[in-house]
Ligand binder design. Structure first.
Ligand SMILES: C[S@@+](CC[C@H](N)C(=O)[O-])C[C@H]1O[C@@H](n2cnc3c(N)ncnc32)[C@H](O)[C@@H]1O
Length: 215
């Protein structure tokens, strides 16, 4: 699976994409990530990618043309690429949506900045608009990484075992050694049931505490 990230701050991605499971998956060729700067798709000498909003108002808006051209540069080689615009006004990301995206061969993630992106990107270029939650961050880069990492967990070979994924094994509270940890004037203990050795009781306890990611 290849992720094509369109961002005016490609330098923000380096350390995150080089480390841990994503770094390993990239090194092994399981996933590929290409960073595309819309500034490379401008005609003006200053490589401007933003302009003032029609109708007035604060801040600048990212222009449609550099983004259109950046997307076209990917689509020339990957015609079926699925185009996602990250926006706080998009449809909220769920595990179901993540699962839906896992079969795409190429995903283009468009990261906005400033006051956002000219709405024609949502209307005519993006296949869908995704929000990572009902709050606003300063750019689409973190949201793009959220989508990339959540979807990558479905790509065979990225996480060690399929059954480690939460929609397979369930998601429940976990504890490890020590059995009792003393801090300040209190002792924090592991629930007795997890130390009981009774697999049926452990399974029942986990089921009760389970957060459902299957939907
Ligand atoms: C400061 S925000 C602009 C918000 C814009 N004024 C609005 O009301 O929609 C800049 C960029 O960050 C990204 N962004 C911010 N919050 C996001 C969220 N919750 N989910 C996805 N992307 C988000 C989007 O790409 C957005 O274009």
């Amino acid at each position: 699976m290849t992720f094509h990230i369109i961002s005016i701050f490609p330098e923000l991605f380096g350390s995150y994409l080089d480390a841990s499971l994503i770094g390993k998956a990239r090194a092994e060729g399981t996933i590929d990530v290409r960073l595309i700067n819309p500034r490379d798709f401008t005609n003006d000498p200053h490589h401007a990618v933003d302009d003032k909003p029609y109708g007035g108002g604060p801040g600048m808006v990212m222009m449609v043309e550099p983004i259109y051209r950046a997307v076209q540069s990917v689509k020339r080689k990957a015609r079926q690429a699925h185009v996602i615009l990250l926006s706080p006004r998009g449809k909220e990301l769920t595990q179901e949506k993540v699962r839906e995206l896992k079969d795409k061969k190429d995903i283009i993630l468009i990261c906005g900045r400033y006051e956002g992106v000219d709405e024609r990107v949502a209307e005519h270029i993006a296949d869908e608009v995704i929000s990572i939650g009902p709050y606003v961050v300063s750019g689409g880069e973190l949201p793009a990484l959220v989508v990339l990492e959540a979807v990558s967990r479905y790509v065979p070979g990225v996480i060690g075992k399929e059954e480690s994924r939460e929609d397979v094994k369930g998601s429940y509270p976990a504890y490890t050694r020590p059995e009792a940890f003393t801090a300040g004037d209190g002792t924090w203990s592991v629930p007795d049931v997890l130390l009981s050795g009774n697999h049926a009781d452990v399974a029942a306890w986990r089921e009760k505490r389970r957060f459902d990611f299957t939907k």
